[in-house]
Each structure stands twice: as structure tokens, then as C-alpha cells.
Design a protein around this ligand. Structure first.
Ligand code: ATP
Ligand code: MG
Length: 399
């Protein structure tokens, strides 16, 4: 007969067995985790070794890029090789400062390299000052400077590459080299207007002292592969060449058609001069017309003079809209954007809004925009396929 003593012994044995089994499972788990950890470490080391070997094979092992103020300092040779020797096939555009080339860095990053044709010691100092300034500006709505090269003979700026180039190429595909570009649809234009406004708002209101762009225009709004906009050349405007004629991006005057009247007349520059230029870009987005085109009918050559009297009249606004946008917008949206544009291009600087006001007015328009039933009627319009990513707002920073 089983006594209570036997039963106690049995339970003790059972407890011992369970504890031993649990200990074995725990030890097994510990051993397995340790094995995984070691395996991971070894495979990482092997990968690194492989990377170095590959680098050596492709000649990149000796590439050393110094950094200063968070920017990479390149040698001319490195940028020469990144752009295929500044080959013609890699040219993506020409501007008032020189030519821009497509390039690939040794780590595979795509970049745009601006080869500047400034000369002299003073130019070099100014260039360095600008790079210094740019290193303190950070916003998702401003084109990022990756690095630069500045030696006795060369000055180059290396920017993130914007796959869809300048806004003007898409608004006027027939004019530039990019004849294949399709016109942008209304929704994309609205979003570009907002993102560009946020870029200027950052420069004017989130940086102390404020930065005045001086050369805000559609070619200085660059578009990434999803047609998101970033403002470029905000540190360069005062470095522009004084060369007369052709592409005008002068020290005093900015670019023809975008310059606020008080700045053109007196040279008096405030953030409100940028607001005027922004208004001109809004007019380009609405009408699909360039700021100055003397080949147009009399009275229509200067975009602001032609559009301003029509912007506050509902029927007239409909008449000045880009025909490529036919049926894509609601009149309510258009009337509001036209009203913002009208305020921005007021001849009197004090009557122009702050960029923060512009942003505030555009946010609900972009947020609540619903495609109209006739969307798609413009078969040539570009409609980006990817959804709008959320972008962090930037806080106040000090310059
Ligand atoms: N980061 C970039 N990524 C892709 N393309 C670029 C980039 N920067 C410039 N480009 C292209 O090069 C063209 C010329 O740019 P650039 O800034 O030199 O001249 P601009 O804007 O026409 O005039 P300005 O010299 O007065 O600013 C742009 O219109 C754009 O198409
Ligand atoms: Mg530019």
C-alpha cells in the first residue's frame, strides 16, 4: 500500500524532474542565442571584408572623403570621376553660376554637381561662407548640400540629385531640353506650391537672422522622383555672375520677371521681395505661362501685369488658367489660389503676406483637394503614382 511518505517522495522527484527539464531548456535557449549572436557577428565581418575587397576591385578603396561642418569635402579628381569627366552626356542643366552635371559618388549615391565659373580669391571666400551658411540650414523643403570642392582653380557644389529636375521643365516642356516631360496635373501643382512655400517659410521664419533667397523662381524649385518639391540655390543668389544678357542671375537683380518692383528700383531687399517672386511662381502654376514672353500679344508679355487685374474676378480667372488643366480643378480652389497669388504680387511690399500666411492658406487646399469628376481629361498631364509621404516640420534653428 502506498504510504504518504512514498507520495511525498514521488512529488519531490517530480518537482526535481520538472526543474531539471526547465534548466535544460533554458540552457539550450542560452546556447542557441549565443550561437546566433556569434553567427551574426561572423557574417557581418565577412560582409565587411567582401565590401572592402569589392571596393579594392573597383578602385574605391583609396577614396577618402573628408568632412567639414557636416559636409563632405571632395577633391576635384573625385568629382571629375563621379561625373564621367564632366562629360556632355551628364549635363543636366546650365545656370547663371555654371553647369550642373549628374554624378555618382563612390558609395553609389546619385548627386548633382554644380561646376561654378566664379573666379578670384574673393569668390572663394564668399563660396566658403555660403557653404558654411548652408551647413546650418536643414529642412525637408530645401535642397540638401552634400559637399563641395574648393581649391585654387575650382569651385564645385555637390547636391542631392532631384530626378525630375526643375519645375520649369515640366511647366514648359516645349521650351527646354526636356521635350518629353508632360505637364503637371492640378493636384501636383497645388502640392508643389505648398512645399515651395514651406521652403521659403523656413528661410524667412525658422532661421535667425532670416535668409532672403533673392532668386526664387521655377527653375530653383527642384522635383524628386515622386514630384515632391525642394527649394534650391538659397545660399547662392548673391554669388550670381554679373554677366549681361542671356541667362540673367545678377547680384542685384535676380531673374527677369520675378523681381519685386521696390527691389528692382531701389535695391532694397526684404523677405517680401521673395514673397513677390513666390507669387510669380504661383501664377506660372496657374497659367502655365512664363513670367516674361515678349512674343505674346500686346499687354500679355509680362505675366504679372496681364494676370493681376484678372485674379480677383471669378470668370476672368477661369480664362487665364492653363488649358492643360481643363476640368481638373474646382473653381473654389482656383479662386483661393488666385487670391493668394494676387496678394503676393502686390506692388506695395507691405500688402504682401508672410510666407507663414501663404502656407496656412494652402494647407487646407492641399489636404481637402478631391479630384473632380473630369480628372483624366488631360491625357498628357503627369499624375504621380506614389502617395504623398508625410514630412516632418522643421523647428526653429539658429544661423
Ligand atoms: N540637384 C539637382 N538635381 C537635378 N537637377 C538639377 C539639380 N540642380 C540643378 N539641376 C538642373 O540644372 C538646371 C540648372 O540649374 P542652375 O541652378 O544652375 O540654374 P538655374 O536654376 O536655371 O538658374 P540660376 O543659376 O539663376 O539658379 C536646373 O534647371 C535643373 O534642371
Ligand atoms: Mg538654380
Amino acid at each position: 500500500m502506498e504510504t504518504s511518505d512514498d507520495r511525498r517522495k514521488e512529488s519531490v522527484a517530480l518537482v526535481v524532474i520538472v526543474v531539471l527539464a526547465a534548466l535544460s531548456v533554458v540552457s539550450l535557449l542560452v546556447a542557441f542565442s549565443y550561437y546566433c549572436y556569434i553567427r551574426n557577428k561572423v557574417s557581418k565581418r565577412l560582409k565587411n571584408q567582401k565590401g572592402i575587397e569589392n571596393g579594392e576591385k573597383s578602385g574605391f578603396a583609396n577614396v577618402h572623403v573628408a568632412t567639414e561642418n557636416g559636409h563632405q569635402v571632395f577633391t576635384f579628381k573625385q568629382l571629375h570621376s563621379a561625373t564621367g569627366g564632366f562629360g556632355k552626356s551628364n549635363v543636366v542643366g546650365h545656370g547663371g553660376f555654371g553647369s550642373v552635371y549628374r554624378g555618382v559618388l563612390h558609395d553609389g549615391r546619385k548627386v548633382a554637381v554644380k561646376l561654378m565659373d566664379l573666379g578670384g580669391k574673393q569668390g572663394e571666400d564668399e563660396f566658403k561662407m555660403e557653404v558654411d551658411l548652408l551647413s546650418r540650414l536643414r529642412s525637408p523643403y530645401l535642397l540638401a548640400l552634400i559637399g563641395y570642392c574648393s581649391d585654387d582653380n575650382h569651385k564645385l557644389l555637390v547636391y542631392e540629385f532631384m530626378a525630375n529636375g526643375g519645375l520649369q521643365e515640366h511647366l514648359y516642356p516645349d521650351r527646354g531640353s526636356n521635350a518629353d516631360a508632360s505637364k503637371l496635373d492640378w493636384e501636383t501643382r497645388l502640392r508643389i506650391a505648398l512645399e515651395a512655400a514651406k521652403g521659403l517659410e523656413y528661410l524667412h521664419e525658422h532661421v535667425s537672422p532670416p535668409v532672403i533667397h533673392r532668386d526664387f523662381k521655377s527653375s530653383n524649385i527642384l522635383l524628386d522622383k515622386n514630384f515632391h518639391a525642394k527649394v534650391s540655390d538659397f545660399g547662392l543668389a548673391k554669388l550670381g555672375s554679373d554677366k549681361a544678357g542671356g541667362h540673367v542671375s545678377t547680384r542685384v537683380l535676380g531673374t527677369q520677371g520675378y523681381v519685386a518692383p521696390e527691389y528692382a528700383l531701389t535695391g532694397h531687399l526684404t523677405t517680401k521681395s521673395d514673397v513677390y517672386s513666390y507669387g510669380v511662381v504661383l501664377l506660372e502654376l496657374l497659367t502655365g505661362r512664363v513670367p516674361v514672353d515678349m512674343k505674346r500679344a500686346p499687354g500679355e508679355g509680362v505675366l504679372v501685369s496681364w494676370a493681376l487685374p484678372r485674379l480677383t474676378d471669378r470668370e476672368k480667372v477661369a480664362q487665364i488658367m492653363d488649358p492643360a488643366l481643363d476640368g481638373q480643378y474646382s473653381m473654389k480652389e482656383v479662386v483661393q489660389v488666385a487670391a493668394i497669388a494676387a496678394m503676393c504680387v502686390q506692388p506695395e511690399a507691405d500688402y504682401r503676406p508672410l510666407m507663414a500666411d501663404v502656407v496656412q492658406s494652402l494647407v487646407p487646399l492641399v489636404k481637402h483637394h478631391r479630384p473632380t469628376s473630369k480628372v483624366g481629361s488631360c491625357s498628357s498631364c503627369h499624375v504621380p503614382k506614389s502617395p504623398t509621404p508625410t514630412v516632418n516640420e522643421c523647428g526653429k534653428s539658429s544661423v
